[in-house]
Each structure stands twice: as C-alpha cells, then as structure tokens.
Write a protein that binds this ligand. Sequence first.
Ligand code: PXP
Length: 238
Amino acid sequence: MKLAVNIDHIATLREARGEIEPDPVIAAGICELAGAEGIVCHLREDRRHINDRDVRLLREVVKTKLDLEMAATDEMVKIACEVLPDLVTLVPENRKELTTEGGLNIASMKDRLTDVISELSEKEIFVSLFIDPDPKNVDLALEVGADIIEIHTGKYANSVSEDAQIQELSKIGSVARMASEMDLIVTAGHGLNYFNIFPFLNIPEIREVSIGHSIISKAVYVGLQKAVEDMVKIVSKF
Ligand code: PXP
C-alpha cells in the first residue's frame, strides 16, 4: 500500500501568522525523501491554507505524484488544466466546514461531473472521486468516467464503538472489492492515524491511503521526516 501525504496543515500554520513559513513546498520534498509516494493539497475556494503559488510550485517540485484536491468548479478546473497535476481528487466543498465533511453526492451532479472529468481527462489528468462507502457510488463513479475512487474513511475513524467501526470497515471493504472488480483504482482517506490504519492492511484492493492531520500532528513532536517514515513503515507492510 502506498502513502500520499496531505500537506494542507503546513499551509494552515503559515496562514496562522500570514508569514512565509512553514512552506508546504519544502514540506513536500521532505515527505518524498521520507518515502511518501504522493503529495496531496486542497486548493479551496477561500484559499484558507494552500494558495495558487503553492500549487504552481508544487507542480514543479513534486517528483512522485501531485494530487490536487478541489471542488468541481469552473475556477478550479481552469487552474487544474493550467497546472496539470498528475491527479485531481474531486470533493464537495462547503465554506463553513473545518475539513471535507462527506463524500460527493454524485447523483445530484452527474452531468457536471461528467463534463469536468472529460475536460480533465483530455489534459491526461487522472480523476478520483471522494465517495462515501456506498455501492451506489461505485456505479455512479463509473458512469461519470472516474478513474479512481477515494473511499471516505471519516465515519470509520470517528466511530465511537467497536461494533460501529467494524460495520464501517466491512462497508469499506465491500465497496473496495466491488470497485476493484469494475477496474476502478481504489484509495482511501480521512481521519486515518497510526493506530486505526492497521485493519486497512487487510483490504488489498486499497492501493493507497491519503493522510494529513495525524502525520502533521506527529511531525510537531518528532519532525516531519520521522512522522512520514513511521507511517510509510506501517503501510508498506502490505
Ligand atoms: N482525503 C480527502 C479527500 C480529504 O479531504 C482529506 C482531508 O483534507 C484527507 C484525505 C486527509 O484527511 P486527514 O487530514 O484527516 O488525514
């Protein structure tokens, strides 16, 4: 299993003071040196952390795979078509949310997603859809032309009881198997940490995990390189 590191929180810290450091571009290089096989950044409409300069420089610096997380808006599609990340992950975006709260409601925006995916695909950008673990979303993702699904693991991560967690994990596993049989690439992310990641190692269809908060939090104590290396050690067990 591969690790992609979400570096938004490096930019969040920079924006807390409106200064130039810490720089997510430098952080991306350290993550790659520590074994990350992808860098993820979310360019939000309100630019609350990652900004346009970051995305452009990250495109120049990232050697593994740059995943631009974004809403399916005209503004973002234009930026993606100029910057040419390796991958775009389409997510729902709500101004008031602290972080991405749920998966895409594909059914409610089928035509829009079909157009956006086709425009990005013309530029040879792979497209991933961030979805809740519901089999209906797999059919819809195929219908609109996605290459990849990223399964939202937030509900699993926030489960308060072991039963609820097992139930969520089983949903994630069956959606992963279904999507993989339909030739979609499967990844997962949100709320994963150094403890709750282990059961995912038993779902071989999940090829990559996208992790931000827990790695950047650990980095505050032990340094970014060690925090990434520790997670790489876990995920590469599979
Ligand atoms: N995947 C997606 C689509 C996300 O929006 C986020 C949060 O930015 C993550 C993965 C990473 O989540 P976390 O920061 O909780 O590890």
